[in-house]
Design a protein around this ligand. Structure first.
Ligand SMILES: Nc1ncnc2c1ncn2[C@@H]1O[C@H](COP(=O)(O)OP(=O)(O)OP(=O)(O)O)[C@@H](O)[C@H]1O
Ligand SMILES: [Mg+2]
Length: 520
């Protein structure tokens, strides 16, 4: 039976298949005037025609956008996955529904393309292990999984993108060894710089057992930013304000800067070019030296190297063997790791580690997921951020962050019981305002710090006369000790997909209500 590993990336979606012991890339095809084009990446883009409402997805979107060029009446949505960041902020303006609908439409098109692929057995269900950024928050994970299901995929399991890459690398190392010789346990730090996100994880590999020791990332750093930066450099030279460009011209220019940026990896090009006339703009052709581009790139890549350093430090704290004989391999994956500056900066920053540049920057994640679909390996992830809620202290005079699941907490494996944490307390209000959030750090004052993201807000009536299902507003909250004699209780659970729920109990009333902690 065929099983799939799907890497829904910011720029590209890649699907790897396992069928009868073999792994292969699912090929997507598109018919053009010059014949049928077959490729293994399905671009994460949508093209829409405003008046007719017609939509094209993936390869068709990309190809038609190239054909119609910056024409009026079309809306081009590249880097679809980046739109999910806004989703996570819990927008209530209907925008979130729009994103879910776009994503489901896109994944439907992906499913059709897989079914149409020559190498996929037509009658089989789309059983898939799907991946997401280690740094993705709960709401992003939730919506991604739901849209995959709505589009007809049977989601067997989910895992973090860098974990998938570590599994792919380990499999590669194992394949090159004598099967009888068990390799020594070792650590791999995955550095995944893609189109839209940067992810880092340290994975401890012991035979077919993979344990994520620490994880982190930057959710808005990737090749898209480098394209925009290069475009800024060109526009500065041409003295054209970016604000004056129409959206389609802007996309077309970004496409040009992207392809220029991608030539650097070959090591031959010393300059990058733009001819404004190709885009209907005034001015003479301009060039920018690769050295000048690298100078601007360095401070953009530097936070990723720092994040990797922090993740390695956290991992070493829990597994001291990393600093010792076991050593550390740094595995560079993602399309943007092809920029020679990335490997250079990683080798400079971690001189004692072995820096390995993948030979399959686009496939690594999907292949790791496909390997997991065979159930040959066992893996465990950790919380990449602290999850908790704001509580009042000092009789309501101050706020504090109560961490429920700190970063680094191991997430249950498939089939294991959920994590559980219980909080009992005596309420000092008539209604509890439970403001959930996640953050990368907790500051000295005990408040969330670093990258902070709000999750659900839940109102919990402590007054036994008010039903748990009553609709409440924040306006009605008052401090009171009228309800403080009866203790209440919150039970938090996190399942193997890192979906978190809370049960709010009022033992004195014998009632309980369960919430999934998301904006959905
Ligand atoms: N030769 C190259 N040199 C530099 N960058 C490249 C090269 N080839 C591809 N890229 C960049 O890699 C990015 C796409 O990489 P990849 O497919 O790994 O990302 P993704 O998986 O779609 O995104 P993410 O993992 O961030 O969600 C694009 O920004 C692309 O321009
Ligand atoms: Mg990726």
């Amino acid at each position: 039976m065929a099983r799939l590993g799907v890497d829904f990336g910011t720029t590209n979606t890649v699907v790897m298949m396992h069928d009868r012991g073999m792994f292969s890339a699912v090929l997507h095809s598109s018919r053009t005037r010059a014949g049928t084009v077959v490729q293994e990446v399905f671009p994460s883009a949508i093209l829409m025609h405003e008046s007719s409402g017609q939509r094209w997805y993936g390869i068709e979107a990309d190809r038609r956008f190239g054909q119609v060029g910056p024409g009026p009446g079309y809306v081009f949505v590249p880097s679809l996955k980046r739109r999910l960041h806004g989703y996570a902020e819990g927008r209530t303006d209907g925008e979130s529904d729009g994103i879910a609908e776009l994503l489901t439409g896109y994944l439907h098109a992906l499913a059709e393309s897989i079914r149409a692929s020559q190498n996929f057995p037509a009658s089989e269900p789309l059983e898939a292990v799907i991946t997401w950024p280690a740094n993705a928050n709960g709401a992003q994970r939730h919506i991604t999984r739901r849209c995959f299901r709505d589009a007809g995929f049977d989601v067997l399991d989910t895992l973090n993108e860098p974990t998938a890459s570590a599994i792919e690398l380990a499999d590669c190392i194992l394949a090159g060894r004598d099967a009888k010789e068990a390799p020594a346990p070792q650590a791999v730090a995955v550095f995944d710089l893609g189109g839209g996100t940067f992810d880092a994880s340290v994975v401890w590999i012991d035979g077919d057992d993979f344990q994520v020791l620490a994880s982190g990332g930057i959710e808005d750093l990737g090749g898209d930013d480098f394209d925009a930066m290069l475009l800024d450099m060109f526009l500065e030279r041409l003295d054209i304000p970016v604000a004056g460009l129409g959206p389609l011209t802007h996309h077309a220019l970004l496409r040009q800067t992207r392809s220029q940026k991608e030539t650097i990896a070959g090591g031959v090009m010393k300059s990058l070019f733009l001819n404004p006339a190709d885009f209907g703009l005034a001015g003479v052709p301009v060039s920018i030296s690769v050295d000048a581009f690298n100078d601007r790139l360095r401070p953009r890549i530097s936070p990723a190297i720092k994040t990797l350093g922090r993740v390695i430090k956290d991992a070493t704290a829990s597994e001291p063997r990393i600093g010792g004989a076991a050593g550390l391999t740094i595995y560079l994956v993602g399309g943007s790791s092809k920029l020679p500056l990335v490997a250079e900066m990683a080798s400079e920053a971690f001189p004692k580690s072995r820096v390995v540049l993948t030979d399959k920057p686009f496939r690594s994640v999907a292949l790791g997921a496909a390997i997991c679909s065979t159930e040959r390996v066992r893996y465990r992830d950790v919380f990449a951020r602290h999850f908790g809620l704001i509580r009042l202290r000092d009789h309501g005079r101050a706020e504090t962050f109560d961490t429920i699941f700190p970063a680094g907490t191991p997430i249950p494996r498939k089939g294991e019981p959920s994590l559980e944490k219980v909080a009992w307390y005596h309420p000092l209000h008539n209604v509890g305002h439970l403001r959930y959030l996640e953050c990368t750090a907790v500051g000295e004052a005990g408040l969330p710090d670093g990258n902070v993201r709000a999750w659900s807000d839940i109102l919990f009536p402590y007054d036994p006369a008010v039903p748990l299902t009553a609709s409440l507003t924040q306006d009605g909250i008052e401090m009171t000790d009228r309800f403080s004699h009866d203790a209440v209780c919150e039970v938090y659970r996190c399942d193997a997909d890192s979906v978190i729920t809370v049960e709010l109990h009022r033992p004195a009333c014998h009632d309980v209500r369960t919430y999934e902690i998301f904006r959905d």
